[in-house]
Unconditional design. Structure first.
Length: 650
């Protein structure tokens, strides 16, 4: 059955290559469109190259540390770093080449543009699951024991952390800088070619929402596979079963891509949703057949089904709270009629409220999956949730592609009818990014719980005494870490955005004829400022994530570390949901007003909503998503160093 996992991984990669070749055969549009797309490509690739170079010393230091734990741990760590970085880079590389082609396809019609944008996203999605399953399966074949491949998860976690944090800082520094000067001060449209930060903003969509999301979910997918394999050691077929589940879900995801089609009512979200629903249904059928093949009982099928159901429910909840077609977002938009303050208050209230239904779904999933399979059942539920990763990432990566396509259409001055199509695609893209962030957060929580269970087994923790002073100390430390981590990121975006704002103001002031459209801005300067600021601000949050579990584990012990991990999962999950949903609501409230509601563009309500959206940008695209890799990194490092903590305590 290991051969099936290898075959599925290779098939996913092959399918990605076929899709990419089809995309590259499409017309990229006019010379102006190609020029803008090339600038976005160059900025995106330059950022990733510099980030990878920055990571090399960190990887070497950690590799040396892991050598003392075992050669297998070191090699699997390096392999995890390479595969995660490769998945992010390959996905982003095709996304930045799809954008102008989607803008050109929009001149033919909505159907053609949607099909191409989704194909671009599917390249990233299938590459993530393909390389993830290939990596874990190959290492298991090589080393023979799941405990020897934990390093792969750590490598994926490291890349995820830095890609999410760095990409999040970059994208929002550029976005906030462009909006504050362009929209608020100068009153020019979004993606206006006169704005010196417009290329940096479009680059940010790719390094944050495409490469960052890919690395984040790649990590969740990999650690869920590894954690479930670790917890299944004592169960007959318990180690092989997760790999086969991953393989069958890849087949389901590939089939699901063919269901993404526009209906008669041209509902874009419904077309994308068809792909997700069909993938979920096919996965459930294959999970049942797989469970029957491996076990006498179908309990683990119900555990996996719990994860699939949780995926659908969390997607529905997130869509309800963040779609501009729904009541909550329209209420946030209405609150902007009385000013920015009420708009921010309304959005924050929505974000806080949205945590309750999502938490109830996750709690129900935990209780149900434990009932069907104990702690192994929870791991299988996490894997069931992450099994549709290929489709989820495809829908997510669709977002930055359509966002860039809209920007290229605006900057190239394409006809209004084309811009209407790209605007419609982009509007749904905001919802897809919000929905997939909800999935990423929920799956990260279940994946972290699986790692936590594996850590507990590794250090022989049957119970954690919450009346112990050290455990209480660990619990509070763990609860505080996501808040401190988020503060670093929000401040980083603020600092970087200030630099971009100053540069954009400088160019408007010193470049004669820029505002009149007679002169060209220096796009490269804003790109460079955003890149340097993002990489500079990585240090503190990265050190906090890597060192916290090591310090607590050695000083306070394994039980206190268990308390710390529990605290970080709970507050990290709640904060991530609040930030992501509030930010998405502010964004779509602004876009709802731009359709003509409450005075439309240029009205007082619109100006207030722009401020709310600006506050929401680092919330939904930096702090919120970055909490996912944080809680997984804390648990992965704890698991890797578990034996040392036990030895030190003795």
């Amino acid at each position: 059955m290991l051969e099936l996992a290898i075959l599925a991984g290779l098939l996913a990669v092959f399918f990605s290559v076929v899709l990419a070749q089809d995309i590259m055969r499409q017309d990229a549009g006019t010379e102006k469109m190609k020029e803008i797309s090339k600038a976005i490509q160059q900025g995106s690739n330059a950022y990733l190259k510099r980030q990878y170079k920055t990571l090399i010393p960190v990887v070497l230091i950690l590799s040396a540390a892991l050598y003392f734990i075992g050669v297998e741990a070191m090699l699997s760590f390096i392999f995890g770093v390479i595969m995660s970085a490769l998945a992010g880079w390959m996905g982003m590389n095709i996304s930045v080449k799809t954008n102008s082609r989607v803008a050109h396809a929009a001149s033919k019609g909505l159907k053609e543009a949607l099909s191409l944008a989704f194909k671009g996203g599917a390249v990233t999605g299938m590459m993530v699951v393909g390389l993830g399953l290939l990596g874990v399966s190959a290492l298991f074949i090589l080393f023979g024991k799941p405990e020897l491949i934990i390093g792969f998860g750590f490598g994926a976690s490291l890349i995820s952390l830095f890609m999410r944090v760095g990409g999040g800082i970059y994208t929002k520094a550029a976005d906030v800088g462009a909006d504050l000067v362009g929209k608020v001060e100068k009153g020019i449209p979004e993606d206006d070619p006169r704005n010196p930060a417009v290329i940096a903003d479009n680059v940010g969509d790719n390094v944050g929402d495409c490469a960052g999301m890919a690395a984040d979910v790649f990590e969740s997918y990999a650690v869920a596979l590894i954690a479930s394999m670790l917890l299944g050691v004592a169960i007959t077929n318990g180690v092989i079963f997760p790999l086969v589940i991953g393989a069958t879900a890849i087949f389901a995801s590939i089939i699901g891509t063919f269901f993404v089609r526009l209906g008669k009512n041209n509902d874009i979200w419904a077309a994308l949703n068809k792909g997700l629903i069909s993938t979920t249904i096919i996965s459930a059928i294959l999970f049942y057949l797989t469970t029957v093949y491996f076990f006498n009982s179908i309990n683990l099928f119900f555990a996996a089904l719990t994860g699939l159901i949780a995926t659908v429910l969390i997607s529905m909840i997130t869509e309800y709270y963040t779609s501009r077609e729904r009541k909550p977002v329209r209420e946030v938009a209405k609150s902007a009629t009385t000013g920015a303050a009420t708009n921010i208050i309304s959005g924050l209230a929505l974000g806080l409220q949205s945590t309750a239904p999502s938490i109830l779904v996750i709690v129900a999933a935990i209780l149900a999956s434990y009932y069907f399979g104990g702690v192994y059942g929870i791991a299988i539920a996490a894997l069931g949730m992450l099994s549709v990763t290929g489709m989820i990432v495809a829908i997510d990566a669709y977002g930055p592609i359509t966002d860039n396509a809209g920007g290229i259409a605006e900057m190239s001055k394409l006809p209004v009818r084309v811009r209407k199509i790209t605007d419609a695609l982009d509007a749904v893209g905001n919802t897809t990014k919000a929905v997939t962030k909800g999935f990423a957060i929920g799956s990260a929580a279940l994946a972290a719980l699986s790692l936590f269970a594996a850590y507990s087994e590794a250090v022989n923790l049957q119970t954690i005494n919450i009346l112990s002073d050290k455990v209480v100390a660990g619990l509070f430390i763990g609860g505080a870490i996501p808040f401190l981590f988020s503060s670093f990121l929000m401040k980083a975006v603020g600092n970087a955005a200030m630099l971009v704002v100053e540069e954009v103001r400088r160019q408007f002031k010193t470049i004669k004829g820029l505002m009149e459209g007679k002169a060209k801005p220096d796009y490269g300067k804003a790109v460079d400022i955003s890149t340097q600021a993002a990489l500079r601000e990585l240090t503190l949050p990265g050190m906090l994530a890597v060192l916290s579990p090591i310090v607590v584990g050695f000083i306070l012990g394994t039980e206190a570390l268990g308390g710390m991990l529990a605290g970080s999962i709970v507050t990290g999950l709640l904060l991530a949901l609040t930030f992501s949903n509030a930010g998405a609501a502010w964004d779509n409230a602004k876009k709802y007003i731009e359709t003509g509601a409450f005075g439309g563009k240029g009205s007082d309500a619109h100006k207030a909503a722009v401020v709310g959206d600006t506050v929401g940008d680092p919330s939904k695209d930096t702090a919120g998503p970055s909490l996912n890799p944080l809680i997984k990194v804390l648990n992965t490092i704890s698991l890797i160093f578990a034996t040392l903590f036990v030895s030190f305590a003795i």
